[in-house]
Design a protein around this ligand. Structure first.
Ligand SMILES: CC(C)(COP(=O)(O)OP(=O)(O)OC[C@H]1O[C@@H](n2cnc3c(N)ncnc32)[C@H](O)[C@@H]1OP(=O)(O)O)[C@@H](O)C(=O)NCCC(=O)NCCS
Length: 446
């Protein structure tokens, strides 16, 4: 960060996320590789920060590499049916030992509170217990999977009460049956079911790749899909089974559960790289994120502004008011005039706005405060806002639309506006024209 102004701008930019995330449940799932590679310490610092901001955390860990090692040590071989491990009694023993070890390692790291580290003064209390009830997967393709299970039920009341007491809940890929047996589960099943049952705000999978990457058949180059709807995800899975699309092993593993979680009511599922330090923070606290985000419907929508959008609009236009691109508006004025605004919302953040001030006696309207967040420009957002304002103006009987601008003349000219004189403005507006700003006046017949 270059200057104190950068710092202040950055700090303000994360404030909406902090407010939006407080008291929300996030389920964070990661494989045993994160612990095996020694990367868990970095993740713990970020989780600690989230917990300090009031996020209620449920962690779900895996233990695949540790289980594989244990099986190798004991010279046991496992077989797979449709990608699922057959867990016999000897394998289950290895599973229990490996998960137990990983679990205590995680608990130890979460208990760290070294001075001069991001963990200073941190006191994360970790809750664990028999929160997951499992049932056997049963016989598939004629093979009994024995102690391989799937989630049957989550004790959400118990998990919620721990979270409300400020504890972090750690879930392992093991479940217990009412008959007293233990079942080997997958971390993705536990994570998705926990997120659905707890109506979590977010489910985050840490994976080997950067997110969901698709391959261009011609160049074999991969590109990261930053946002997907459930429908996009299902299409991709269909293409995968038709062999018309390629996905990484991790994406194949997590995408079906991401889709399932969204369909089950989880607001957002994030698939991000486990190899990037601070990936969770980058994904959650920046507009563009770092990995792939899946949601039930499209993330961006245009709608009438509401009174609780005032803060978001002020934040959006603040820097443009400071540099003189836009006229200053006080919070009070904006609150009074909020009914004139439309906004573009992206993942619950205001990223664009515009307002219409009608002058009925002149059958004219003024388009004002057209703004698109710098990260979302050149994606047609400005055009969408302009079209919406034109339609609004027409429906209110306006025949002409005015705009006063200092910096975006060409943008309006390219969209059919013509430069005109101040004297052509509606009479009521002429009296308000600021001769010091010397904005140019443009008009368009609509
Ligand atoms: C003007 C503004 C709303 C356009 O938003 P946007 O979402 O980027 O608009 P679109 O995606 O529909 O159009 C993008 C195109 O406009 C061009 N453009 C963006 N700002 C421009 C400007 N000030 N002057 C000329 N052209 C501009 C872009 O280069 C791009 O063209 P390209 O695709 O050929 O490169 C946005 O740049 C902004 O918020 N500017 C600051 C506020 C402002 O000046 N508002 C107008 C006064 S009310």
């Amino acid at each position: 960060m270059r200057s104190s102004t950068d710092f202040v701008t950055w700090f303000r930019s994360v404030a909406p996320y902090v407010n939006a995330f407080r008291s929300k449940i996030f389920v964070v799932a990661f494989g045993g590789e994160v612990v095996a590679d020694g990367k868990f310490v970095e993740l713990v610092h970020d989780l600690n920060l989230l917990a300090s901001l009031g996020v209620r955390l449920v962690l779900v860990h895996g233990a695949r590499p540790q289980i594989e090692n244990r099986l190798d040590e004991r010279k046991l071989r496992t077989t797979y049916v449709r990608g699922m491990r057959v867990t016999d009694a000897a394998t289950l023993q290895c599973v229990k030992e490996s998960i137990g070890r990983v679990r205590v390692e995680i608990e130890a790291l979460l208990s760290m509170g070294l001075p001069n580290s991001p963990m200073a003064n941190a006191a994360i209390r970790v809750a664990s217990g028999n929160f997951v009830t499992a049932r056997p997967v049963g016989v598939i393709e004629g093979v009994d999977l024995m102690y391989t299970g799937e989630v049957r039920k989550m004790d959400t009341a118990a998990i919620r009460s721990r979270l409300e007491q400020g504890e972090l809940v750690l879930l392992s890929p093991l479940g217990y049956s009412p008959t007293g047996e233990i079942f080997n589960l997958t971390l993705e099943d536990v994570a998705a079911e926990a997120a659905i049952a707890l109506k979590a705000e977010k489910l985050i999978f840490l994976m080997d790749t950067a997110g969901i990457e698709t391959e261009c058949p011609a160049s074999a180059e991969t590109s990261l899909l930053r946002e997907l709807t459930v429908a996009n995800g299902k299409t991709l899975l269909q293409e995968l089974s038709n062999k018309t699309a390629k996905l990484s092993d991790d994406a194949q593993l997590y995408l079906p559960f991401a889709v399932k979680a969204c369909e089950g009511g989880v607001s957002r599922v994030h698939l991000i790289s486990r190899h990037v330090d601070g990936a969770v923070l980058q994904e959650l606290f920046t507009h563009s994120g770092i990995g792939s985000m899946i949601s039930e419907g499209p993330l961006q929508n245009l709608r009438d502004a509401r009174i609780d959008d005032v803060g978001g609009i002020l934040q959006l236009i603040e820097s443009l008011e400071i540099d003189g691109t836009l006229v200053r508006r006080s919070r009070e004025l904006l609150e009074m005039e909020i009914g004139r605004f439309v906004v573009v919302e992206h993942d619950r953040m205001i990223v664009g706005c515009a307002a219409l001030y009608p002058f009925p006696d002149d059958k004219a309207g003024e388009l004002a405060c057209l703004t698109v967040h710098a990260d979302y420009r050149s994606t047609g957002c400005g055009d969408t806002l302009l079209k919406n304002i034109e339609i609004r103006a027409q429906s209110q009987g306006c025949k002409r639309l005015f705009v006063l601008t200092t910096r975006a003349s060409h943008w309006f000219v390219e969209r059919g506006f013509l430069e005109t004189e101040v004297g052509e403005l509606p009479k009521a507006k002429q009296g308000l024209y600021n001769y010091q700003r010397r904005s140019k006046v443009f008009v368009k017949d609509i």
